[in-house]
Design a binder for this molecule. Structure first.
Ligand code: BES
Ligand code: MN
Ligand code: ZN
Length: 484
């Protein structure tokens, strides 16, 4: 998707779809140019009046070009009071509508926009335009947008560059999540990370034998049951100029979660190819920052495993020796993500970054608590919480801070090992976070349980069903700011 600034007027812009963003109270101004067009005069204002379109957020008004203006179709969309979020949501809807019509060239006519609003709107437009249709018959596919022509905004090539970087990273993450588990497995995920290696990015991959030799008993134990061996991946982005900060971002990379011997029922297993969405998001973030080149050293870490039942699976009652030396008694092989993340968190802690963030589709309990829009954010650092809330707000992604009380730690006490891998039904997302905290030795750490937002079972807002690439844009913004 390329973005082009144009000085032409809406009526004279050639496009498959012309989108007008209309605030409440700004209808006449937004439609003025079309209303003045010779053979279209007054038509759209008449239609707006007939359809009671006033520019309220959520309203949209399609209208045909009829060969009387240069665009084939027009879509007026309400942006309410015109806040950044309202504009982004409207842009998301426009992206979705453009895809439904198979539009290849789309012109977006905004009012005045800040550079952060423009960036967010272009990202949302691309989000709405996304489909994963590679397995569909050609006749059933609709074309994606190839060119976005920007009207009425100041030429801001940096905002466009940032948006294009975010879009590329998020789209990569979505494609990885949506890919069938027959094609997306630990080695392939490691290969995708390796494909990002370059001037400023180095990638190290440990195979199964190296994982075992290093003592990463969590990753090794979970990976044991699969014919597809696990991988541990560490990629590093090193800026060209001295780094102003150093962070580690970690993702859960369970390429398929059958539950293992604690096998999931059919419906719960159906979408468990999404269980590597954390790894996909950190890979996507790496891709975005490779383009943006922030002044921050970034360590990207994930354990990639397939959780499968077999004659070689880890078992209930097994006691795993983790990378930090602690022993974990296995009470449920479906609580596998925390075992994989634990070793990654220890490894990341050894690198002594200023902050660590892990992303994981960790618990069904997080979905029960917060649904598909909000990720559960756990951190003991008010400062890190503030930074992430700020970044998420700019990225138009939902995060909600949850408590991390030591009071519940007792639930993880084991009979024979140091810890057990489940803490009971109550507060399941919190006890999972507390489990992770046992493997972190840096002060600034945040765990984000993305089990809800990572994957939509049915469409929500401008997201189609499937992977969303959630948190790529939040993490990218967070990292950028640390480098400023
Ligand atoms: N990958 C799942 C969590 C999940 C559920 C992600 C729904 C996305 C949507 C995780 O590995 C899991 O199975 N968690 C268990 C933990 C339990 C056994 C303590 C869960 O949430 O039921
Ligand atoms: Mn599981
Ligand atoms: Zn899982």
């Amino acid at each position: 998707m390329r973005h082009i600034f144009s000085a032409s007027t809406p009526a004279s812009t050639t496009a498959d779809l012309l989108v007008l963003f209309v605030p409440v109270g700004g209808l006449a101004a937004a439609l003025a140019d079309l209303d003045a067009a010779e053979h279209y005069a007054g038509a759209i204002t008449q239609l707006a009046s007939d359809e009671e379109f006033t520019g309220k957020a959520g309203q949209s008004l399609p209208s045909p070009g009829l060969g009387r203006i240069s665009a084939r179709r027009v879509l007026a969309i309400g942006v309410g009071a015109g806040s950044d979020t309202e504009v982004a949501n409207a842009a998301g809807t426009a992206g979705l509508e453009a895809r439904k019509k198979g539009a290849r060239v789309v012109a977006l006519s905004f009012g005045a926009l800040s550079n952060t609003a423009l960036r967010g709107a272009l990202e949302a437009f691309a989000e709405g335009n996304y489909r994963f249709d590679k397995y569909k018959a050609a006749a059933a596919r609709k074309a994606a947008v190839e060119q976005v022509t920007l009207l009425g905004v100041a030429e801001d090539t940096r905002a466009v560059m940032l948006a294009e970087a975010g879009i590329a990273g998020q789209t990569l993450a979505r494609d990885l999540v949506n890919e069938q588990p027959a094609e997306c497995y630990p080695q392939s995920l490691a290969k995708t990370a390796e494909s990002l290696a370059g001037d400023r990015i180095t990638v190290t991959v440990l195979d199964e034998a190296a994982i075992k030799a290093k003592g990463m008993g969590g990753i090794y134990g979970v990976g044991q049951g699969s014919d597809r061996p696990p991988r541990f991946v560490h990629a590093r982005y090193e800026p060209a100029t001295p780094a102003r900060a150093h962070v580690a971002i970690i993702g859960k990379g369970v390429t398929f979660d059958s539950g293992g011997l604690s096998l999931k029922p059919n419906d719960g297993m159906l979408t468990m190819r999404c269980d590597m969405a954390g790894a996909a998001a950190v890979i996507g973030t790496l891709r975005a920052i490779a383009a943006i080149q922030p002044n921050v050293r970034v360590d990207v870490i994930f354990g990639a495993v397939e959780n499968m039942p077999s004659g070689n699976s880890y078992k209930l009652g097994d006691i795993l020796k983790m990378y930090n030396g602690k022993t974990v008694e296995v009470h449920n092989t479906d609580a596998e993500g925390r075992l994989v993340l634990a070793d990654c968190l220890t490894y990341a802690s050894e690198l002594k970054p200023d902050a660590i963030i892990d992303l994981a589709t960790l618990t069904g309990a997080a979905v029960v608590a917060l649904g598909d829009w909000y990720s559960a954010l756990y951190t003991r650092s008010d400062d890190l919480n503030g930074q992430l809330q700020h970044a998420a707000a700019d990225a138009h992604e939902g995060v909600w801070r949850m408590p991390l009380p030591d009071l519940y730690k007792d639930k993880l006490k084991a009979e024979w090992g140091d810890l057990k891998n489940v803490g009971g039904r109550a507060a399941g997302s919190i006890t999972a976070a507390l489990f992770l905290s046992e493997f972190v030795t840096v002060d600034k750490w945040a765990h984000i349980d993305i089990a809800g937002p990572a994957f939509m079972d049915s469409p929500l807002m401008h997201y189609v069903a499937g992977g969303t690439g959630t948190m790529v844009r939040t993490l990218t913004r967070w990292i950028e700011r640390l480098g400023e």
